[in-house]
Design a protein. Structure first.
Length: 453
């Protein structure tokens, strides 16, 4: 295991323990037809093998395996299995899944194959090629899709109004015009060490995370170059570069009307406050929520509950309420290895880990302690992946629960893994907690209210 030069901390990436050295991948794999039962989305219709690779816009080596209601052997534990269970899998023969984004019935998957696949209602719908290697992050803003890459660039795609299956690249951030214009002034260059100077509008290392402001007017990009950059989504202009941390920035998330949260391999979570100044913006450091020895690997916010969640390389999930930033928050213990991704939906919080599991947490109120939704219980531990769970996406879903009589909110959870698959889960907020919770979760369930940082 290599560590980052000049630092005892390590960047979050792709190894089984969730903390991999900085490494640039230039994968040469591409989508092509397969003859081994994985060439079509419908696994029952196998095509014959072809010798020449096909376009990424045609057939791919993905297959869909949907679980019937009678098959409850995978991803279902204990009494919650009838609600929180595996619905199906999208499997790819080559490449690891690094990023997911969901919008309505569309799912975007990014991997180290240079391609981005689009799925509609769990069926292959479209695809487009980025020509840039590993796709680290995907966010959707209306008709625009932003993808962050290992090469430090952000690419912008737009759905064709004439054909929804066609995605055209409409820009790269920073734009070529902006680079030419900025290169004229020497003051636009910053020293990045090793006798290198780069334009301040450019990331010179991998992009690790993307996040949109609540109004979708601003895009935030976090990078291993220790900075966070702010972009205006209407014209793709870089407005600001924030020297945010002393080590790689692994996560960025915006929320709560102008606040931005960043998490880093230096072990800190920082809060930044956005202020509009003229035609631009200026972000000011507000406070640090966390300072620890292990790396911060994931962040998520719950706008409705005004909660911030932080995942770390030690397997712990920390959380804070907006009104409690000045005081220590709480922590959730459900993983044995690094937490690599987080997502929120309704009263639920999902944490994916290098231990190959996904914990489903639910916020609950305890009137005795007056915590008002600040306590959490573990509803389920979703199992089924054979590699680290790298990314999560969740959308509102619906299915027939008449047999069980539940009327709770229902969600479709997508999980991408380094086992080369995307799994599809159904989750209900009213599911009863599982009977067979792993010891690492159950031993903390009884003391979550007192388990403070």
């Amino acid at each position: 295991m290599f560590s980052k030069t000049g630092s005892s901390k390590q960047k979050q990436d792709d190894s089984n323990n969730g903390r991999h050295p900085k490494q640039h991948h230039d994968s040469t794999s591409s989508y092509h037809s397969q003859g081994s039962g994985t060439s079509n989305v419908d696994s029952e219709n196998d095509s014959t093998n072809t010798e020449e690779p096909l376009s990424p816009y045609s057939k791919s080596p993905w297959s869909a395996h949907m679980v019937t209601s009678s098959n409850n052997d995978d991803g279902s534990n204990g009494s919650a299995g009838s609600y929180n269970r595996l619905m199906g899998s999208l499997v790819r023969e080559e490449g690891h899944i690094y990023s997911l984004a969901a919008s309505g019935d569309l799912l975007y998957t990014g991997s180290d194959s240079k391609n981005i696949r689009v799925w509609k209602s769990q069926r292959e719908f479209s695809g487009f090629k980025s020509n840039s290697g590993l796709v680290k992050s995907i966010v959707i803003a209306g008709e625009n899709i932003f993808t962050g890459h290992q090469d430090g660039k952000i690419r912008v795609w737009k759905i064709s109004p004439k054909n929804p299956t066609v995605h055209k690249r409409v820009g790269t951030l920073p734009t070529f015009k902006a680079c030419i214009k900025s290169s004229i002034k020497p003051s636009n260059y910053v020293d990045v060490g090793r006798h290198r100077n780069v334009l301040w509008i450019k990331h010179f290392d991998a992009i690790s995370s993307l996040s949109l402001s609540e109004d979708h007017n601003y895009l935030y990009s976090a990078s291993w170059d220790k900075t966070v950059k702010v972009w205006r989504t209407s014209n793709f202009k870089c407005l600001e570069s924030i020297s945010a941390h002393d080590d790689a920035v692994n996560a960025v998330v915006a929320g709560f009307h102008g606040l931005v949260f960043t998490g880093s391999a230096d072990g800190t979570v920082k809060v930044w406050r956005r202020e509009v100044q003229g035609k631009g913006t200026k972000h000011f450091f507000s406070q640090s929520l966390l300072k620890q020895e292990c790396a911060v690997t994931a962040l998520a916010v719950d706008p409705a509950a005004t909660m911030v969640y932080c995942g770390s390389s030690d397997g712990q999930v920390n959380f804070w309420g907006k009104e409690e930033f000045a005081s220590p928050g709480g922590s959730l213990h459900g993983h044995k290895l690094a937490v690599l991704c987080l997502a929120t939906a309704g009263s639920l919080v999902f944490s994916g880990s290098a231990d190959m599991n996904i914990c489903v947490w639910k916020r609950v109120s305890d009137h005795r302690t007056k915590t008002d939704g600040r306590d959490h219980i573990c509803l389920s531990v979703l199992t089924g992946h054979n590699g680290p769970v790298k990314c999560l996406a969740v959308v509102e879903g619906a299915w027939d629960n008449s047999a069980s009589g539940s009327d709770g909110a229902k969600w479709i959870l997508y999980s991408g893994s380094l086992d080369k698959s995307v799994k599809i889960w159904r989750v209900c907020e009213q599911a009863s907690p599982e009977v067979n919770i792993p010891p690492s979760v159950s031993e903390h369930r009884r003391s979550l209210t007192s388990n403070r940082l």
